[in-house]
Design a protein around this ligand. Structure first.
Ligand code: ADP
Length: 192
């Protein structure tokens, strides 16, 4: 796929090299992305105004298989962000899709990131995000947590809401990129 680097080999935190400050302004955007929604896409679009590279990184949890397998989630993220790397002036490597295991902050440090990127939808997000940001700052003080807020129209959009609407046969298509809508239809048609 042109422009998007897909890191299918996962980076495990324990194998990571020591913190290397990169001359590039790199942000790691961690999450489950199960699946990626228009809300996530908007956060990446905004972040590209601030950072040279955004690494969209799926956290792997052995105990949580998820709705879509990780490899499929990575493909869906790449397809959904393709428009951000197709413009002629865009350099390759502005968007990277990856997976990781272990602590986000250790993964971010190993990538030479300056920031961890998170989205804030409403005040329900604030308390847990604040706690995580404080813990991360305690572990690696040089990496900032940057919060971006979406347009009001995206504010209530979440992966779990999309899965719930799809499960009950509702119309979820307007909340997700086209590739995700197609994958959800295929997933729904599969026998359980
Ligand atoms: P997690 O399980 O880590 O919350 P998610 O994939 O649900 O993973 O979300 C990843 C990040 O994207 C979180 O910071 C979350 O707040 C943010 N996010 C999710 N949906 C939206 C949205 N509609 N608008 C803005 N940010 C969002």
């Amino acid at each position: 796929m042109v422009g998007i680097i897909l890191r299918s080999v996962s980076a495990s935190a324990s194998d990571d090299p020591p913190d290397l400050a990169s001359p590039l302004r790199i942000a790691v955007y961690p999450g489950s992305f199960d699946p990626i929604t228009n809300g996530h896409v908007e956060i990446v679009e905004r972040a590209l105004h601030l950072f040279d590279r955004v690494i969209v990184a799926i956290g792997r949890h052995a105990s949580k298989p998820g709705y879509f397998p990780i490899e499929e989630r990575m493909e869906l993220i790449s397809a959904s962000l393709m428009h951000l790397t197709h413009a002629p002036h865009q350099r390759p490597g502005r968007v990277v899709v990856a997976q990781f295991e272990g602590l986000v902050i250790r993964y971010a440090a190993a990538q030479g990131a300056r920031a961890i990127l998170r989205g804030l939808r409403g005040h329900g997000d604030v308390e847990p995000e604040f706690q995580m940001a404080l813990a991360n700052r305690d572990m690696v003080p040089t990496i900032e947590t940057v919060f971006l807020v979406p347009r009001p129209a995206q504010q209530y959009v979440s992966s779990s809401l999309i899965r719930e609407i799809a499960h009950h046969g509702g119309e979820f298509e307007r909340y997700v990129p086209a590739a995700v809508a197609e994958a959800m239809h295929r997933r729904r048609a599969r026998p359980v």
